[in-house]
Design a protein around this ligand. Sequence first.
Ligand code: FMN
Length: 156
Amino acid sequence: MEEHRLKEIMANVNYSLVIVTTSLGDIINGQAVAWFTQASMNPTMVAIGLATNTYTNSLITKSNIFSVNFVSKNRSDLVEHFGYESGRDIDKFSNIEYETLDSGNPLLKEAAAFLDCTVVREINLGDHDFFIGEVIEADYDSLQWLDIQGFKPKAA
Ligand SMILES: Cc1cc2nc3c(=O)[nH]c(=O)nc-3n(C[C@H](O)[C@H](O)[C@H](O)COP(=O)(O)O)c2cc1C
């Protein structure tokens, strides 16, 4: 197996591109996530893959809740906002409109759809942790949203 050809295959897998948010007491944060998938139909479960060193990961490990925010196809800027800097260094919600879900998690006002989840399992897989979440609340305004192949970063 040639390592660079494996990397090319992995780089071309398509994913929805979502903003995962969480809350721990008064702290709220979120990060861009491409590694998101449905994991069970009944009950409905989803999985997110978070690098072990993200602030969001450290918060979800303690809060055991997360929300998946799907954003419109033209909102690559939101992915950049949540995906290029850490909540350890900046308050990512200082200039972002959001509502607070019953769980306490922030829901982006711009979200096309959302899933609010409680963590049922956390699995470490090398440099990423996978969080399996059972969906406890969900709704949508639109069923069309951004995916990794539609991501058009201005900062690139
Ligand atoms: C297009 C895009 C996709 C990303 N996908 C993931 C992902 O699937 N998992 C992950 O851990 N980080 C991913 N990131 C990186 C995190 O969003 C980034 O490290 C973020 O700054 C972490 O923020 P935090 O420290 O506030 O949690 C992605 C970033 C971008 C721009």
